[in-house]
Ligand binder design. Structure first.
Ligand code: 5AD
Ligand code: SF4
Length: 477
């Protein structure tokens, strides 16, 4: 191991970038890098970028400009790497435009970071003094996951009782608005056994909740030990069976890939949380077809009904795009109507933003900004009302929360409900990582708060001894 150096990683965008940042950090830990939370004292800065929506690339360039200025002011020698989807999409352009950058590395090459950095360093200290640059944006044939280092026990402990695990990457759906098939490449599933090894390791380090992630996670079809493809339902079952794992989630799904087995898993597996993020994007069949979504509104309604039948207490979340090229007032009214009919516990909504190289960017009927703004305003107001109504309906309900971290005030912890709501309770720090039975008392726009009735940490202890309000109650299985 070489001398200790400091690493600062800044991640933008989705959960997969959060996961990638952790794996890059774990891999570089083996090279002697320790994490720091400020770019100012870092020897290496990695910007882990996102390209899904507007101005992502511009944001990266201005961040790089700021970095360069700070470097100059402080007379600092610092390596800078740009990773993630902007790195993939822009490639050498980044090196041309941003002088601070030593290395551009696409998402499929993270396992090569140690050697790429060593090479970039060598070039940088080359005789001519010129900062020759490196760009690595190939889609290599080897599986990067075989080369990325797993987290140490200490790193797992620091990251808390919930963890993301990438199980599938890339997408073959080619929605006409989306850059993912170009930046993350074709759909690839990791083998079942490798995912389970990772989950066992995480569980051993104290993780209780696993979120299986992938751009198209329910298209998962990784090979099992016998060389047969396993689906997501099977993977969820196997992950839930790992000792210590109490909860499983998965995201993001495509409506087309919600198969019977996965729906049945929601009925049969208490560890699978009753919360489903299922992007629909639009409520208009005309727009869904132009988006190449491969489903219509009727299929979406049918899936929602089937999942609700299997798991009546399930809550839905979704993604919406307004102002797709050619979207008329009627099309938008169809989206509002779909939202009214389904009822969402939460949702993300975006104004359409043309992504270079995608089919929709060249379509006729691009809409002016003011139309997009008016539509997103109306849609978000409706979604906010639905979220508020869902949260309000939780008042007085009892459910298990997973205690994750200290709250704002001494004596408080924050946990997550099955529906991903933040729940504030009074509990000692030692209870972090345990499930607590809670009755929801107050509801605000940001979080819920509640009284602990019992739970893993409190089992067998008189509640009075641990300063809790409420009475002990046996945790339901
Ligand atoms: N414009 C606006 N939103 C987009 N999304 C993906 N591509 C675009 C785009 N070009 C949204 C979709 C997707 C989410 C991750 O980002 O709603 O589900
Ligand atoms: Fe993009 Fe569509 Fe694939 Fe989702 S399903 S990642 S929106 S192309």
């Amino acid at each position: 191991m070489s001398e200790q150096r400091k690493l600062y990683v800044r991640s933008f965008g989705c959960q997969m970038n959060v996961y990638d940042a952790q794996r890059m950090t774990d891999t570089l830990a083996r090279e002697g890098y320790v994490e720091t939370d400020s770019p100012d004292d870092a020897d290496l800065v990695i910007l882990n970028t996102c390209h899904i929506r507007e101005k992502a690339a511009e944001k990266v360039y201005s961040e790089l400009g700021r970095l360069r200025k700070a470097q100059e002011e402080a007379g600092r020698q610092q390596m800078v790497a740009v990773a993630g989807c902007v790195a993939q999409a822009e490639g050498a352009e980044i090196i041309k435009r941003a002088r601070a950058v030593d290395l551009v590395v696409g998402p499929q090459s993270y396992h090569k970071l140690p050697e790429l950095l060593a090479e970039a360093e060598a070039r940088r200290s080359g005789k001519a003094g010129a900062r020759a640059k490196l760009v690595e944006t190939e889609f290599p044939v080897e599986d990067k996951f075989d080369f990325l280092a797993p987290p140490t026990r200490e790193a797992i402990g620091k990251r808390g009782p919930t963890a993301f695990v990438t199980v599938q990457e890339g997408c073959d759906k080619f929605c006409t608005f989306c850059v993912v098939p170009y930046t993350r490449g074709a759909e690839v599933s990791r083998p079942l056994a490798k995912i389970l090894d990772e989950v066992i390791r995480l569980a051993d380090g104290g993780v209780r909740e696993i979120t299986l992630i992938g751009q198209n996670v329910n298209a998962y079809h990784g090979l099992d030990a016998a060389g047969r493809p396993a689906n997501l339902a099977e993977l969820v079952r196997r992950v839930a069976d790992v000792p210590g794992i109490a909860r499983v989630r998965y995201t993001t799904s495509h409506p087309r890939d919600m198969d019977e087995e996965l729906i049945a898993a929601h009925r049969d597996m208490p560890a699978l949380m009753p919360y489903l993020h299922l992007p629909v994007q639009s409520g208009s069949n005309r727009i869904l077809a132009a988006m190449n979504r491969k489903h219509d509104r009727e299929l979406f309604f049918e899936i929602v009904a089937r999942v609700r039948e299997a798991r009546p207490d399930i809550a839905f979340s979704s993604d919406f795009i307004v102002g797709f090229p050619g979207e008329s007032d009627e099309d938008f009214a169809d989206t509002m109507d779909l939202v009214e009919r389904v009822g969402f516990a939460s949702a993300f909504s975006f104004k359409y933003s043309p992504r270079p190289g995608t089919p929709a960017a060249g379509m006729e009927g691009q809409l002016p900004e003011d139309v997009k703004s008016a539509r997103i305003y109306a849609l978000q107001a409706l979604l906010d009302r639905q979220k508020a109504a869902f949260d309000e309906a939780c008042r007085g309900r009892r459910f298990d929360i997973l205690l994750e971290k200290p709250g704002r005030f001494p004596g408080q912890l924050i946990g997550r409900s099955p529906y991903l709501q933040s729940v504030v309770v009074e509990a000692p720090r030692e209870a972090i990582g345990t499930l607590a039975r809670v009755e929801v008392r107050e509801v605000s726009t940001k979080s819920l708060s509640g009284d602990i009735l019992g739970g893993e940490f409190f089992a067998g202890r008189p509640i009075g001894e641990t300063r809790f309000i409420g009475q002990s109650e046996k945790l339901e299985a």
